[in-house]
Design a protein around this ligand. Sequence first.
Ligand code: MN
Ligand code: MN
Length: 304
Amino acid sequence: MMDTEVELIRKAGRIACEAKKKAKETVKPGQRLLDIAQLIESFINSMGGQPAFPVNISINSEAAHYSPLADDEKIVPEASIVKVDLGVSVDGYLADTAITIDFSGEYEDLIKASEEALNKAIESVSPNIKTSLIGNIIEKTIKSYGYKPIRNLSGHSMSRYVLHSGISIPNVGGEILSPTLKPPILIAIEPFATNGLGLVLEGKDKTIYSLTRQIGKKEKKFGEQEIDFLVEIFNERKNLPFTERWYARKYSLDFVRQTLVKAEKQRVVTSYPVLIESANGAVSQAEDTVLILDNDIVITTREC
Ligand code: MN
Ligand code: MN
């Protein structure tokens, strides 16, 4: 990996680290999710990055993948547990990080469980480590608090413009044919802890999308304005996730929604439904991005 690439990866990490601080200050009961997401995303842009995906604000038993809609009225509920998951892209070089905030006074330990699991997992990282070893550590740590890791959510390797580039970092042990993390590699480690069953299911809400392939000027089955819209998304995002919010001013919200429904039917677009704990358990998440080099390990989202 070239020094210039390492520098851009670290820049994305620094911005994500600052954005996470901003999120901690901003998220309070009664705040609109829409305002929080817009504030964090604007902050990322003002620092010279772009959101790697729409800011996720997932509440209580929602584990992941809720980003406010363009006309979202939701507010942070009193006595809730809130996950803010945010990502930064600098020229396609990525950082991915998340925090959990408790407003109930009940979930401090649940949050500690995922945070300690993350810290211990990070401490264990070394070049060529087996991913199952990381999963083992995460599972053991979360269970030592009396909670369950969410077994069907995992961390992931990342490459330029690709948020999930093929290797999963499990939140449980026991994987037999486990890959090794051969440097140079960029990974996100993201333990989720719950007092539920340790399994997420897809909910009804769909708020996050990505393109499945490059869009050309002469797509069949789409009208001229639809093509303009999809090409614009491709130029800005490549295959990185996006939200209707980012396009609902330039185009009408109805047009954006109709086009996304149509594009999904044509398999040009894929969506990421909200993920909900299967027993409606409360969920905590901690996440950082780690760059594994031959002779250095950099926790990019803690460099601020
Ligand atoms: Mn994340
Ligand atoms: Mn992630």
